[in-house]
Design a protein around this ligand. Structure first.
Ligand code: SAH
Ligand code: SF4
Length: 350
């Protein structure tokens, strides 16, 4: 019999399960404490639970579903890329980043991605399947256990399109933010979408409190379609209207991610088009210098990055440039596709 995974359950579901097993609701508190706060990896470590009940748990359940295939760390040791194997043999990647007091994990939401953005390494893999709730949560659990660290931030920007696995991703976020689990604040969890409009509206209607990021990458409809085929279905104008709908409904600003690619979307006219597009929408813009994963695209020159952001400095937008971390180990944005290891990297193969 396949063991049911306890970490895909939220605290209420876990309580129900305990009651169904003829146990008290309080058992759920004990389990949650051991799994998420004390971070044990097996039932045998749960010393305040009777041996008889531990055995019963062991027979029926597991805690954890991903296994570590490979860990690659950057030279400065601030970025760590985990390759995890799933129970069906497929692999996903997650990234752990250390920055001052911040401990951020970048999670995958699918194996591969169906949206085939031309500049993205994950897109080139094609789509394999959606991740289960337990598989999403377990990436985090594994990493916090591995480093014995409390995690402070989560970004769902690894492999896959989270809004094409909406229910599982949101259920996972609800577990991650739950006080009895990881207790990571909802505003410390960011979901990044390529712009799946119906899901953006649903997210706004449900008033989910997680941060929303939209990968815009160009304000020009034709260029965006070239870079991101999903734009044929959900074009720029409609996407901005969806972002406006989100703002009007929630009063929270979305972050537009904009991967800057040399000569393609980093010219003055591109900045002007972007300015025009968002001039009456309170938002944030996050500029991501392109990580070269495809020989057809090049990173913008340093002065082109500066020139690009200039026109936004006196607008009602918050603009920032994301300096990529983990480029030497292909752990930066859009470089996740398992494999390629750079030079001079400490690598742990398990
Ligand atoms: N599918 C979601 C989330 C995963 S991609 C989305 O597209 O938003 C996360 C971010 O990485 C996106 O903003 C995407 O535009 C960016 N990205 C993809 N490939 C990249 C690359 N080679 N260099 C820099 N950023 C990249
Ligand atoms: Fe998928 Fe996002 Fe990569 Fe596009 S950028 S292929 S949506 S993971």
């Amino acid at each position: 019999m396949k063991h049911k995974n306890l970490i895909g359950l939220n605290p209420t579901e876990l309580e129900q399960l305990m009651v169904e097993m003829g146990e008290s609701r309080f058992r759920a508190d004990q389990l949650l404490d051991w799994i998420y706060k004390k971070r044990v990896s097996g039932f045998d470590d749960m010393t305040n639970i009777s041996k008889a009940f531990r055995n019963k748990l062991k027979e029926n359940f597991s805690i954890g579903t991903v296994s570590l295939e490979k860990l690659v760390s950057s030279q400065d040791n601030f970025t760590h890329k985990f390759l995890f194997r799933l129970t069906d043999g497929l692999c996903i990647e997650s990234v752990f980043m250390i920055e001052n007091k911040r401990r951020t994990v970048c999670l995958s939401s699918q194996v591969g991605c169906a949206l085939n953005c031309d500049f993205c390494a994950t897109g080139k893999m094609g789509f394999k399947r959606n991740l289960e709730v337990a598989e999403i949560v377990d990436q985090l659990l594994f990493i916090s256990r591995y480093f014995d660290e409390d995690l402070t931030n989560v970004v769902i920007m690894g492999m896959g399109e989270p809004f094409l696995n909406y229910e599982n991703v949101l259920n996972a976020c609800d577990i991650i933010s739950n006080d009895r689990c990881f207790a990571i604040g909802k505003r410390k969890i960011t979901i990044s979408t390529s712009g799946i409009i119906p899901a953006i509206k649903q997210f706004a209607d449900e008033d989910r409190k997680y941060k929303l990021a939209i990968s815009l990458n160009s304000a020009d409809n034709d260029i965006r379609s070239l870079l991101m085929p999903v734009n044929n279905k959900y074009p720029v104008r409609e996407l901005i209207n969806a972002a406006r709908y989100y703002f009007n409904k929630t009063r929270r600003r979305v972050t537009f991610e904009y991967v800057l690619i040399r000569g393609l979307n980093d010219r003055r006219m591109d900045a002007e088009a972007l300015q025009k597009l968002i001039h009456d929408l309170p938002c944030k813009i996050n500029i991501i210098p392109y990580n070269e994963t495809d020989e057809n695209y090049r990173q913008s020159a340093e002065n082109a990055i500066d020139d690009f952001i200039q026109p936004f400095l006196n607008m009602n937008v918050v603009i920032s440039v994301r300096r990529s971390r983990g480029v030497d180990i292909n752990a930066a944005c859009g470089q996740l596709s398992y494999g390629v290891v750079g030079k001079g990297i400490s690598e742990t193969v398990l």
